[in-house]
Structure formats: C-alpha cells, structure tokens
Ligand binder design. Sequence first.
Ligand code: Z5A
Length: 209
Amino acid sequence: MSDTQRGLFLSLEGTEGAGKSSNLAFIKEFLDSKNKNVLVTREPGGTPFAEEIRELLLTPRDEVVCENTELLLIFAARAQHLQKLIVPTLEQGKWLVSDRFTDASFAYQGGGRKMSFDTIKQLESLVQGALRPDLVILLDLPVELGMQRAAKRGALDRFEQEDLEFFSRVRQAYLARAEQNPHRYAVVDASQPLSSVQDDIRGVLESLV
Ligand code: Z5A
C-alpha cells in the first residue's frame, strides 16, 4: 500500500477510565465537519470474527488465560481486522480511527503483563508488515483517578479486574513509547474536565487537517 495515497490511520489509547469512549464520538464529529471520510473501529474487534475473539479475551473466567494465549489471540484478532477492514479502508483513501491498536499490546501485554517487548515487535512485523498508525492520541491520567472513573461503570471485564500496580505499569509503558516516538504520539492530559480534554484533542486534529 502506497503511503501517499492511503487515508490517515489514527489510534486512540489510554489506561482505565481515560475517556476513550467519551472522546471517540467527538473525534469523529470533528473530522466529519472537516469533510474527512472517517471510519471508527476498535480493538480487540472491528469485524464479526474479531469481535468474537474480543468476547473470549474480555470475559472473566475461572481458567487462567496464559499470557501467550492472550497475546496470540489479540494478534489473531488484529490480523483479521487489518485484512478485512483497516487495510481496505485506508486503500480507499478513507481515514480510520481505531479505539486502541498495537500500542495497547506494548502497554498491556508488555508493560502490564511484563511480556517481552521483542516478542510483541516480532508479532507486529508478522501481522502488520510496515503499517503503523500515523498518529496515536494517548489520553493520559493518574491511574488512581482513572480507576475511580471506571469503577462507576459496573461489572468489570477480565482486564479491568487487574490491580493498581498493573495499570501503573501500563501507563508507564505508554508514556515510554510516547517519549521514544514523539513524532507519532500526541499525549493529552485526560485528568482535565472533558471540555478541556476535547479542546486539546481539537488542537491535535486541527494540525492534521
Ligand atoms: N487490550 C490489550 O490488553 N491489548 C491490546 O492490544 C488491546 C486491548 C488492543 C478492552 O479495551 C481491553 O482490551 C482493555 C485493554 C485490552 N482493557 N482495559 N482496561 P477497551 O478499550 O474496550 O476498554 P476500556 O479500557 O475499558 O476503555 P473504554 O470502555 O473505552 O473506556 P475508558 O477509556 O476507560 O473511558 P470512558 O468509558 O469514556 O470513561 C470512563 C468514565 O469516566 C465515564 O463514566 C465517563 O463519563 C468518565 N469521564 C471520561 N472523561 C472524563 C473527564 N475528562 N472528566 C470526568 N469524567 C470523565
């Protein structure tokens, strides 16, 4: 796929309660208002088959899910999502915003679960080739605040049942990636009131369009 012809690929990332869902609609509305043809999708998931894998991954269960099993299922869902939805959409010149992508694997499986970053990189190359999001918007906030916000939502999924230390490692892994890839990351302070978070996101998007 030629980078000059394809649409722009954005991903939205953050730890627990960062406000991804609260801001996705805002991002789509803003880009639509600028006449960008935008598709919003999510990971894990994005196609019917990948959504079934998402169910497997998020459902709390008695049997412990092994780390390699989790990682491979996430990349299996991603392979399906890429081939069936992401690549065809970008090839049509459309913009695509994904609620999480591979940066989440580095943060959750690499940071949170302490899996090898090299293994994740190998899977990234295998499944994605050279394709990476053009911009990652990272909604960053203190882990305690995010967990307080998320607690208001009711039943916890398999990831949400992790503890403060896990989410602290996830946050540190995201921030480390942002520091290593400043040209590809926009870090937004998500501890602010929603209107201020959206002002900051608008600033990031305005510089793109
Ligand atoms: N996962 C993984 O491990 N590896 C991978 O490679 C990928 C994913 C791709 C599902 O993701 C899980 O998959 C995820 C990591 C794992 N697990 N976790 N945790 P998900 O993205 O579907 O799930 P989520 O992280 O729970 O995200 P979410 O549902 O989109 O929500 P959110 O970002 O946590 O935020 P929210 O629902 O928009 O907001 C939470 C509450 O805070 C809500 O009541 C809002 O009204 C409130 N809120 C939001 N913003 C504000 C501000 N600014 N002020 C005050 N209150 C606010």
